[in-house]
Design a protein around this ligand. Structure first.
Ligand SMILES: Cc1ncc(COP(=O)(O)O)c(C=O)c1O
Length: 354
């Protein structure tokens, strides 16, 4: 169905580089590796819009992307509290996700490389057959614990977390668990993603590329908030929400995050906006027109996207361009936020590393 997937222009991160990234003060070096690539796509070219993509997915097709930066923030906090993970009490990191969670996948991979035990609290009853994602995370050493959907709703509460701590055998760490919110959201996640915004700005400035707007897919908008905080004020930024009916909630999340980071002067910030019209029916929905779009985009550009995030981002960008959202001559940079391992849930292939 697809043309050969884009040959890698970005050098993938090795396990050693991944491990050493967490002992550095910033994940900037890794972020610099994912260059800004011009991706000619006829439907945008006809409208005079130039598309660039920052191929974070190519750093690792399974866990590369925004998850790495969010985890970088959380694991930096973990290490401040507990050391490297190989010494002392080996406090596990626990987090939440569904059967195809990119976040649990990335956490399991990073935990394995850093020697930190990980626990995945999974939404829903244990299935007879695990998804490919959950099989992988278990192979990487993550312990899985399934909870009902009703309990999952309580995932951010102290009560549920203390109950889980009782149920899980965490005697190795004297009962302690380091909790990371679902999807790696929160202050630490935003801080890690701010580096993405800073690096994108310097990549644009250093390269002199014709880019005026940075576009990002948004689930919790943690990534977008961090990017907006890090971008130069002469750029603009647009988030494409992948869930239905959460536009104003995401707007609020970004505002709160910027205020927390002390960024309240609009003159110091890029002009930013959350678009709520391109969720294609809701979270993880992949209607036929989106599937066709993904196939068309891949066949023409060689860039694979995941159905949940980057597909909707690219789809939204084309729709916005068709409405004349950008004047002809504008360059738009889309962040490829990874998540390609999740393609398996839609019977799509995952490109190999390198
Ligand atoms: C591949 C991918 N892209 C984008 C996002 C959205 O990130 P956020 O929840 O920070 O908006 C996620 C979720 O973490 C993701 O897995």
């Amino acid at each position: 169905m697809h043309k050969a997937l884009n040959s890698s222009a970005v050098k993938p991160i090795s396990a050693t580089e991944l491990a050493s990234a967490f002992s550095q003060e910033t994940p900037q070096n890794i972020c610099n590796r994912a260059t800004l690539q011009l991706v000619p796509f006829a439907r945008l070219q006809q409208l005079g819009v130039e598309l660039y993509i920052k191929r974070e997915d190519q750093l690792n097709p399974h866990w590369g992307g925004n998850k790495f930066y969010k985890l970088w923030g959380h694991i930096t906090d973990y290490r401040k509290q507990y050391g490297t993970g190989q010494d002392g009490k080996r406090v596990p990191i626990a987090s939440f996700g569904g059967a195809w969670s990119n976040h649990l996948y990335a956490l399991a991979a990073v935990g394995r490389e850093l020697g930190i035990p990980t626990i995945g609290i999974v939404r829903g009853e244990a299935p007879k057959q695990l998804s490919a994602t959950l099989k992988d995370v278990r192979e990487m050493g993550m312990r899985l614990h399934f909870i009902s959907r009703a309990n999952y709703q309580q995932r951010d509460t102290f009560t549920l977390r203390s109950q889980l701590q009782q149920q899980l055998d965490v005697s190795d760490s004297c009962g302690e668990v380091f909790w990371v919110p679902e999807g790696g959201s929160g202050i630490a996640g935003e801080a890690g993603c701010r580096v993405l915004g800073e690096v994108i700005s310097s990549q644009i400035n250093d390269s002199g590329l014709n880019i005026q707007c940075v576009a990002v897919a948004a689930g919790t908008a943690t990534t977008f908030a961090g990017i907006v905080a890090g971008l130069d004020s002469n750029l603009s930024a647009v988030a494409i929400a992948v869930l239905k009916g959460i536009e104003s909630e995401l707007h609020q999340t970004v505002q709160t995050s910027l205020a927390r980071a002390g960024l309240t002067d609009p003159k110091e910030l890029p002009d930013w906006r959350v678009c709520g019209e391109f969720h294609c029916g809701g979270y993880a929905r992949f209607p036929p027109e989106l599937r066709e779009f993904v196939a068309e985009f891949e066949a023409e550009t060689g860039v694979p996207s995941d159905p949940v995030y980057t597909a909707k981002l690219l789809w939204g960008l084309v729709k916005l361009a068709e409405r004349g959202y950008w004047p002809p001559g504008t360059g738009v940079l889309a962040l490829h936020s990874g998540g390609l391992q999740g393609r398996r849930g839609y019977s799509l292939d995952v490109p190999s590393v390198g």
